[in-house]
Write a new protein. Structure first.
Length: 431
């Protein structure tokens, strides 16, 4: 659905202006970008741009009949108001953060995603309402009459804070359910691998490369998706997508999490904390980066990703994707240039299916070690059920019958939790 025509506006303190990402974000929100206005100067507290450039922006809006201005810079309530005063009536003024919220809102499908978007919107709105109230109180004080303004407007702030508290509580409850689901999956013998990284790094394509082509009981897990979307488009999927993959005998669930994006404020990242739970709780995180990015951009994205993950991940492997887009010399330069952030990366090209086998080997090497076990069991229908359970939840290494088939021995390797359950089941049978 087309959101309408828009003019892109971007101010930089110095250096070169680059509107590629904000244009991509506008496209993701279904805006038709019909022009752009940029300026290199320090921020003006009234207009963001200088007054003259702000007037030029307003003229461009009128000439192009655009209905919206999208600022790549964050705007204060006063700046939003003052720019709007220069523009034709009805012109919508939004900044980068508001645009991201629009995209999130369009892509939210599950109850959790919708709650997260609403929480982010309220956290975006709260300081703006507080600023508006301060301005209105200043005007009221100048007129020597409050006219009940304080009591009325303070209720707006209280209402927003109450809604934030209610949504946070609901998300905490959903997080508890998610944690129980993760625990159950481990008990079923699955290792948990999460894909993290910036949008357009190739996470969805990598998910397909790793995943098994098999039927999955989608009725039991609402985050399973038969095919993750693969498009050169920011925020194509807001929700996480999980696929099953058997990697060198290890039953694995691989989850493609929502992509990171640069210059997001801390409050916006916190709003999606429950989405990042899949990353924090994973046994292994694959941090996917686009190695064809210029080295400074690649370093910045890796550093930001590390900051967002906040050291909470148990194990992390950096995957440098899109190696087919750079020469061998460029690839060597990129690897050397990020050696402090990614000392032992795995280089792949998901589109060319290059390096995927090496990545699978690295995944198995990095996953937590399995315990090996051996059980001697009577040859009964009950123990046959236990053997079948082991085949489903562990890796059965060998089965043999040492005493004329009255009993049998099974050797297996499994997650420590699964090994413990297997021993308990065997003890219960013996009793």
């Amino acid at each position: 659905m087309q959101s309408g025509s828009a003019i892109i506006a971007q101010r930089t303190d110095d250096g070169t202006t680059d509107t590629a990402e904000i244009r991509a974000l506008a496209d993701a929100a279904s805006y038709d970008v019909v022009g752009e206005v940029t300026q290199k100067r320090v921020e003006d507290s009234t207009y963001q741009f200088g007054r003259g450039k702000a007037e030029t922006l307003a003229e461009r809006v009128e000439a192009s009949d655009a209905r919206c201005i999208i600022f790549d810079n964050p705007l204060s309530p006063q700046q939003t108001y003052e720019i709007g005063e220069l523009c034709p009536d009805g012109t919508e003024i939004i900044d980068r953060y508001r645009l991201v919220l629009e995209i999130f809102s369009q892509q939210a499908g599950t109850r959790r995603a919708k709650l997260q978007v609403e929480l982010a919107r309220l956290q975006y709105e709260l300081p703006r309402v507080q600023a508006e109230i301060r301005l209105e109180k200043e005007v009221a004080n100048e007129r020597r009459s409050r006219n009940g303004l304080g009591e009325k407007e303070d209720r707006r702030i209280t209402d927003i804070k109450d809604r934030i508290d209610r949504i946070t509580s609901k998300l905490d409850s959903l997080s508890d359910v998610g944690n129980q689901r993760l625990k159950k999956r481990r008990e079923q013998g699955f290792d948990l691998v999460a894909l993290a990284g910036y949008t357009n790094a190739g996470k969805s394509t990598l998910l397909r490369r790793l995943a098994d082509e098999m039927d999955i009981d989608t009725s039991r897990h609402d985050d399973f998706d038969e095919s993750a979307a693969i498009e050169d488009r920011l925020f194509k999927t807001l929700e996480t997508t999980t696929r099953r993959a058997e990697i060198h005998g290890r039953k694995t669930l691989v989850t493609d999490t929502v992509g990171f994006i640069s210059d997001l404020p801390h409050w916006l990242v916190e709003s999606f904390e429950t989405t990042l739970t899949e990353t924090y709780e994973a046994d292994l995180v694959l941090l996917v980066a686009d190695v064809s990015d210029p080295l400074p951009e690649l370093r910045e994205k890796l550093q930001t990703s590390h900051d967002l993950l906040d050291g909470d991940t148990k194990r992390l492997v950096t995957v440098l994707n899109k190696a087919d887009r750079v020469s061998d010399d460029e690839l060597d330069d990129r690897i050397a240039g990020v050696s402090d952030l990614a000392p032992t990366p795995v280089v792949v090209s998901t589109t060319e299916n290059m390096g995927i086998d090496a990545l699978r080997e690295r995944i198995v090497a990095e996953l937590p070690d399995w315990e090996t076990g051996q059980l001697t069991l009577p040859n009964t229908s009950e123990t046959m059920s236990l053997l079948s359970w082991l085949y489903d939840h562990a890796r059965v290494e060998a089965v043999w019958y040492p005493s004329e088939r009255e009993e049998f021995v099974v050797e297996f390797a499994a997650d420590p939790t699964v090994a413990e359950r297997a021993t308990a089941k065997a003890d219960a049978i013996s009793v």
